[in-house]
Design a protein around this ligand. Structure first.
Ligand code: PEP
Ligand code: MN
Length: 634
């Protein structure tokens, strides 16, 4: 049962409730959610829930109707986030695990680990005990294989996952693996589930070859009931009458399970299809239906793989898959999980020499403009999802710059451009007037507007709506069709706060789903923007003293030209002659100089950095003023 506690419950009352339940044979787990704190009480003893309901400090008691209790959404409304070292599963993340089917040698696993890490995988897989159909097939290297796996994980900074096939191996394996994998064939090996659960370590439970969704969740329940709270589900296809593919991926299981359970769900397209070329499209489909992660088999030489070669990706295929996933994630409202220290990627957030040392233990402070739940906060939380982050709301964009300059926050997240409304000029102007604040990275989100109102409201009951003028403009068609009057407000999330205070079914707001959740409001309609191709590009800004970004590939510049015929053409010619690709060019009036303009440019930095340096030098010579707003990696 779910025992919902009163908001202002005292510690003594909490203790009383807990011991009452424990004395009645229940196992009690406290779950602190966004909106409420509950006790999940699981046990087999019969009890009249009214006895619990009358205890002081209890708000209400809700029985869990499903046979799986700890795994159930009824118990826990918020998504569970499973943390494995620096890697997280669940919430708005997409986490990619890759590696060979089996560890074959030290050299093999080290090489594969290096390659997949470079492409963006964040966890390494590799079987050491292989449950093979034939006793004559390669059975895995056993403990020796686990040793190599662990070494490869440590060498590349990735946690590792490997399958456990026997309860007697659990004690030995826990020294080597970060996540235990329960294979499809062992999904109902209950003694194994109990033993693994009792370690308290993260466990990935694969769906059995012929398991129903309920049986699969019951297997997860076994693991949860024996001690661990960190269970990841994995669908790897089931046996059907179809023989073309190795198994049939039950793709609808993902949205189904995400509704039934709070646990993260990953998909294994390798075992699901058994055919290499089918793996990438199915992986993309899995991401599209809401999988929290992908686990794929990759080998430097799949032809020579000792197991599952035909379904194993070549490194180049995996690299392409990662790029495709990266391109898809903004549309899905997700962010690919990255390792914070990936040397060839984005800045070292949360620990670089320039960042405060304290950030290793304390949450990373990052500022954004707007009220809680603003789109900027969504972008911030997604970008920094690998870090423990504290998002600080600021009233104005200038306050974000000031906070970065003063060092009261380490980074700021500011919108630069919307795909429909164009540039956010204020921020470009601020970048110019704060030369010590620089762009370190970029991220983008898809903007999906929701009509948000109180519980009692419906789309039909709404007569007026508040939002930022841009939010209103972007939903004009919907508002017209429904005869809703638009009233401007200073920001989108702030309008939700206002509507929450009014609590009137005829008054609604337009903002994000996150903003609705933040203020406990109802999403009346989602995706009401006229044009669904609505993206906002954000810059992650930091102090100029921050260590430079490794291998930058983009520069944001601003230049003023002499007031003479063809001056801009001369500047652009400099770029063209040096083969420098211009990605954006925009003119802006120079403050205080009517009818004089400066130009904002985004220029791609080629592999050969010297070519770019030479270009900048030449550009400096032909322009009146040239400044760099940031050099970063896209
Ligand atoms: C594996 O992941 O290598 C494996 C054997 O998978 P499954 O248990 O899903 O068949
Ligand atoms: Mn395999």
């Amino acid at each position: 049962m779910v025992v919902v506690l009163e908001r202002d419950i005292r510690d003594a009352q909490k203790k009383q409730i807990r011991s009452f339940l424990e004395n009645h044979g229940f196992k009690v787990r406290e779950i602190v959610g966004v909106e409420e704190t509950i006790f999940g009480a699981v046990g087999s003893s019969p009890i009249d829930i009214r006895e619990v309901e009358v205890l002081p400090g209890v708000d209400k008691v809700v029985p869990i109707t499903k046979p799986y209790k700890l795994a159930s959404r009824e118990l826990k409304k918020d998504d569970t986030v499973v943390q494995v070292g620096p890697v997280r599963f669940g919430g708005p993340r997409l986490t990619v695990i890759a590696g060979p089917c089996a560890v074959e040698s030290r050299e093999q696993i080290l090489e594969v680990a290096r390659i997949i890490r470079k492409s963006g995988a964040v966890m390494l897989r590799g079987g050491a005990f292989k449950p093979r159909t034939s006793p004559y097939s390669f059975q895995g290297l056993g403990e020796e294989g686990l040793r190599y796996l662990k070494e490869a994980g440590e060498a590349t900074g990735m946690p590792v996952i490997s399958e456990v096939v026997s309860p007697s191996h659990v004690g030995m394996m826990r020294e080597y693996v970060d996540v235990f994998q329960i294979g499809a064939r062992n999904m109902q090996n209950f003694e194994l589930l109990k033993e693994v659960g009792a370690t308290g370590m993260p466990v990935m439970v694969k769906r059995g070859l012929a398991a129903t969704i309920e049986e699969w969740l019951m297997a997860a329940e076994y693991v949860l009931a024996h001690g661990t709270e960190d269970v990841i589900l994995c669908d790897r296809g089931i046996r059907t009458f179809e023989t073309y593919t190795r198994n049939s991926l039950d793709i609808s299981s993902i949205p189904v399970v995400k509704k039934l359970s709070h646990l993260p769900v990953v998909v294994d397209p390798s075992h699901a299809t058994g055919i290499r070329d089918k793996v990438p499209p199915v992986a993309l489909a899995a991401a599209a239906v809401g999988a929290d992660g992908i686990i794929v088999e990759v080998h430097t030489d799949p032809e020579l793989a000792m197991s599952d070669g035909p379904q194993t990706l070549y490194p180049a295929q995996f690299e392409k898959l990662m790029r495709d996933l990266e391109a898809m994630t903004p549309v899905l409202g997700r962010e690919l999980v990255r390792l914070p220290d990936r040397a060839d990627a984005r800045p070292v957030f949360g620990g670089g020499a320039g960042a405060a040392e304290s950030s290793k233990t304390e949450a990373l402070k990052v500022a954004f403009q707007g009220a809680r739940g603003a789109y900027s906060e969504t972008a911030l939380l997604r970008y920094f999802q690998a870090n423990d982050v504290h998002a600080e709301p600021k009233d104005a964009f200038r306050d974000v710059f000031e906070a970065v300059l003063q060092g009261t926050v380490e980074y700021g997240v500011i919108p630069l451009e919307n795909s429909l409304a164009g540039s956010v000029h204020e921020n470009y102007d601020l970048l110019l007037s704060y030369p010590d604040v620089t762009i370190l990275a970029e991220t983008q989100i898809r903007v999906q507007h929701c009509l948000i109102g109180p519980e009692s409201a419906s789309t039909e009951s709404v007569r007026t709506v508040y939002s930022h003028p841009q939010g209103l403009a972007q939903c004009r068609q919907f508002l017209e069709d429904h005869g809703i009057k638009a009233l401007p407000h200073y920001d989108t999330a702030g309008s939700v706060e206002l509507v929450a205070e009014k609590s009137d079914p005829s008054v609604a707001a337009i903002a994000s789903r996150e903003a609705a959740a933040m203020y406990g409001m109802k999403v009346l309609r989602e995706g009401i923007e006229t044009n669904p191709h609505n993206y906002t590009r954000f810059a992650i800004v930091g102090h100029r003293d921050h260590p430079p970004v490794d291998n930058p590939n983009m520069a944001a510049l601003v230049l003023a030209t002499p007031d003479s015929p063809g001056a801009l053409a001369v500047c652009l010619k400099v770029l063209a002659e040096r083969d420098l690709n211009l990605k954006k060019l925009e003119s802006r009036p120079i403050p205080g100089k009517p009818w004089n303009y400066m130009f904002y440019l985004d220029v791609q930095i080629p592999e050969d950095a010297a070519q770019f340096e030479a270009g900048m030098k030449a550009l400096g010579e032909v322009s009146e003023d040239l400044r760099t707003l940031g050099v970063y990696r896209l």
